[in-house]
Design a protein. Sequence first.
Length: 304
Amino acid sequence: MNHKALPPLNWLCTFEASARRLNFTHAAQELCLTQGAVSQQMRLLEDHLGVTLFKRLPRGLSLTEEGQSYLPVVQDAISRLAAGTSELFSQSDNPPIKIRGSLSFFIHWLAPRLADFKARHPHIDIRYISNLWVKDIDDEDDLEIRWGNGRWPGLTSSRLTWDELFPVCSPALVARSPITTTADLAAHTLLHVMGYEEGWGYWLSMVGEDRVNPSRGMQFDTLLASLRIAELGQGVALGRSSIVEDLLQEGRLIAPLSQRVEAGESFYLVRRSGIDLSPDPELFSTWLIEEAIRPINTPIPDLQ
């Protein structure tokens, strides 16, 4: 399918102003152009599109049918572009805190707690960008939340979770095929998360189970994906306690076995070493670390 090449943006802006005012002179004044420049751009736009957009009348302009059809399309495009530009790049006295991190951690651990931070600091905005793999911290990011052992050269880390690893699945799955011993896992699809050192092979070896093949099953690039498939009854995921806590409380997942293994890795709040944070990221960092050490099920203080 052949597509007409997009005309230059300045032609479209000039068309929008001219069509809205139906007067090249008034459009020129609005755009800080000469009347001749506006008239020339509109002829170039019409030549480019192969249609006439304006009827040149003795006392002004009117739009052709093509011009009337094109105007709302152009206005919508310019409006969207202006809104996106303003949202992403407008200067502010309080720029948002830029945080990069695990999407699973955000959805199941951080998101339920954010209302408390916003109640304490309503003037602070947050921009959270998810990432899949650990890499060098971006110079544009204030903070990062990553899973690992907490030791990364050039970075200072603060531990946020103390995790245990254990199998989780949907109630419907065990209703169809019970899991009462670790050996029963051989009859089920194991759900693996790529990039985690402590996966099914590690857990099975730690509980002394050698009758289950740890290489079989489905593989995903996020813990979030594996937990969703587990919810749907399509396999057994290896849960991290900090992430599956809410899913267990809501009954969306269950832990069919009692064996739990302490994780050598956990979630950490990471920042560049030797560089002071600006006030807003420092407030968020302090709040997040306090939340991490607050005992589970301790009520969030009422700030009203």
